[in-house]
Design a protein around this ligand. Sequence first.
Ligand SMILES: NC(=O)c1ccc[n+]([C@@H]2O[C@H](COP(=O)([O-])OP(=O)(O)OC[C@H]3O[C@@H](n4cnc5c(N)ncnc54)[C@H](O)[C@@H]3O)[C@@H](O)[C@H]2O)c1
Ligand SMILES: O=c1ccn([C@@H]2O[C@H](COP(=O)(O)OP(=O)(O)O[C@H]3O[C@H](CO)[C@H](O)[C@H](O)[C@H]3O)[C@@H](O)[C@H]2O)c(=O)[nH]1
Length: 330
Amino acid sequence: MAVLVTGGAGYIGSHMVLALLDAGHEEVVVLDDLSTGFDWAVPEGVKLVVGDVADQALVTQTILQHRIDALAHFAAKIVVPDSVADPLGYYLANTVKTRSLIEASVRAGVRHVIFSSTAAVYGEPEVTPVPEDLPLKPINPYGRSKLMSEWMIADAAAAHGFSYVILRYFNVAGADPQGRSGQSTPNATHLIKVATQAALGQRARLDVFGTDYPTPDGSCLRDYIQVSDLAEAHRLALDHLRSGGESLTLNCGYGRGYSVLEVVEVVKRISGRDFEVRLCPRRAGDPAQIVAEAARIRARLGWEPRHDDLDAIVGQALAWEEHLEKRNRI
Ligand SMILES: NC(=O)c1ccc[n+]([C@@H]2O[C@H](COP(=O)([O-])OP(=O)(O)OC[C@H]3O[C@@H](n4cnc5c(N)ncnc54)[C@H](O)[C@@H]3O)[C@@H](O)[C@H]2O)c1
Ligand SMILES: O=c1ccn([C@@H]2O[C@H](COP(=O)(O)OP(=O)(O)O[C@H]3O[C@H](CO)[C@H](O)[C@H](O)[C@H]3O)[C@@H](O)[C@H]2O)c(=O)[nH]1
């Protein structure tokens, strides 16, 4: 039995590969086109197949050659504003290519699918924290492209008899505590990444998008989940499916929100560096607050987060930025 991790050279996928290796899992194979991922993010000893998830001949050959029984599908385009500018590109990358991958996988005999979904499927939820069975009203093409994939996977599973776990990530942050991987995409837009870059002087300042939201300090609230905890949720999902567990859709978050201004304060305190913070108008498409109702994943997978600590998450993100800085100087 072996696992195929698409997007395993990227930020979250590379952490799942580490989680599988740390847990002593047998064979792990990565399929990645390296469009935003890095070959060096794939640990030594793990087979990296460079190619597109929509290349059905390559997918079929990889599954048969490595006796893949489970697919963890991370590969996607992930930038919300880009999805607004290029919706057809996002529906192709995230929905059409997922259809192709699932078709080839089912035909080649894959039994289990774990899918990277997003809190963006909820849109601007009227309740907080957000339970999984809330009506889904994504407000941008990125969220819609993922929701269509969720539906496709559920429909195909019912028709073709495979099982799946759909994981809806909230705001993923931090890095491997041992420093083996982290968020490496240049020009990333995620708050904690951008704020740590400002602290290290790589950016002139940090812009806070919106201070007039109906939240305690007027800035947006988000549920920041540490990336290794998230990877562990995938590993548990794999064990659940392989031991005959039923298909599930689960939020991945801690159930607690931090405001943008709170995050900025933590980054300044942990880094010991001050940096300019500019209070700006709202960014289009941002919900005021989105926090996970996080009980179901604990109950169904026995997931116990080990890194639910914003100070530690920011410390890991800073350490990873410093590592990248050194790497780029070489
Ligand atoms: N980062 C977040 O906060 C977040 C939140 C919610 C959901 N997600 C989801 O998690 C998944 C992983 O995101 P990430 O943050 O690690 O992004 P990432 O860009 O670091 O990783 C994506 C990986 O997929 C690869 N890839 C993209 N298109 C491909 C294709 N057609 N064929 C083969 N490989 C391809 C890229 O090269 C990259 O290595 C995505 O599905 C994303 O939608 C991320
Ligand atoms: O330079 C920045 C960057 C972000 N923000 C703010 O910080 C908050 C978090 O923004 P991120 O860009 O870090 O993350 P998002 O909440 O927009 O989106 C993330 O979480 C979503 C679910 O909540 C989806 O999963 C999506 O894929 C993922 O990128 C938002 O209020 C945003 O306006 C700033 O103020 N300044």
